[in-house]
Write a protein that binds this ligand. Structure first.
Ligand code: ATP
Length: 255
């Protein structure tokens, strides 16, 4: 068994005649937190869509815990232990906070929506949802309709939905986008707590979040991973300085 949660092997993706991902390679060891950074249009979201099965890859391979997932559907990848959040908040606004979490737990267990009527009897799902509610700090908002939460609370709920199924590999797409400084500081703490012992891969533009959370940073430029290293080494990497910010290394000050 490999020590990697996720491996990208010469992954390529074309849309029509345009090759967007051009031989991406990446190895994410189990239990580490990785950030993917890069200029706008570099292919970060596309990589997420390939890893989570939303798009099929054109060539190469993606391994989850040592097994190829290249031909799997998104829900099959999810049930193999990988869960992702989206850049756009992806919650059911008319359900309560608790119902959103319970729904995510049941979905991960393979229940269908039509089972909702009989949910109270499903004790494990109920307990798991209560547990996640506590972890994301929304216990006192348990029975509030999700659409009435503040934006930061909605993003916290979304993180809860992402981890609710118990996946070991978590993908977060710009988890602090649109947040104030204090909200994103709180989000960093939340992400750190709920991903303890798990593997995290996140796309993030806010460098203070990236440098505050990531064990390693992968830099994507024109559909390739041009460097993957510790935050300190990325800061001093000349190739990254040249390609990424016109001669300046990414630092916590760059948003
Ligand atoms: N479904 C699609 N069809 C055609 N082109 C696409 C599709 N999805 C993405 N692209 C193109 O792929 C390139 C990379 O887009 P992507 O969204 O992955 O970049 P990104 O690094 O996430 O950018 P940003 O930081 O701005 O979110 C862009 O040129 C985009 O127009």
């Amino acid at each position: 068994m490999s020590g990697f949660s996720l491996e990208l092997k010469d992954v390529r993706k074309s849309f029509g005649s345009a090759e967007i991902i051009r031989g991406a390679n990446l190895q994410v060891p189990k239990g580490e937190r990785f950030a993917i950074i890069g200029p706008n249009g570099a292919g970060k979201s596309t990589l997420f869509n390939l890893i989570s099965g939303r798009f099929g890859i054109s060539s190469g391979d993606i391994l989850l815990n040592g097994n190829s997932i290249r031909n799997l559907k998104p829900y099959e990848i999810n049930r193999s232990g990988l869960s992702r959040s989206f850049q756009i908040t992806n919650i059911f606004h008319r359900l309560t906070v608790f119902e959103n979490l319970r729904c995510a737990v049941l979905w991960s267990l393979g229940y269908k929506y039509s089972f909702w009527q009989r949910l109270n009897g499903l004790k494990d799902a109920q307990e798991r949802a209560e547990d996640v509610l506590e972890q994301i700090g929304l216990k006192r908002r348990r029975d509030v309709t999700a659409g009435l939460l503040t934006y930061a609370e909605q993003r916290a709920l979304e993180i809860g939905i992402t981890i609710a199924g118990g996946a070991d590999v978590i993908l977060l797409d710009e988890p602090t986008a649109g947040m104030s400084r204090s909200e994103s500081d709180a989000a960093v703490e939340l992400i750190r707590k709920v991903t303890e012992g798990k593997t995290l891969l996140m796309v993030e533009h806010d460098m203070s979040v990236v440098f505050g959370l990531a064990d390693k940073i992968a830099v994507v430029v024109y559909g390739e991973v041009i460097a993957c290293d510790t935050p300190q080494n990325i800061r001093n990497n000349q190739k990254v300085k040249d390609a990424y910010l016109g001669g300046h290394a990414p630092t916590e000050e760059h948003a």
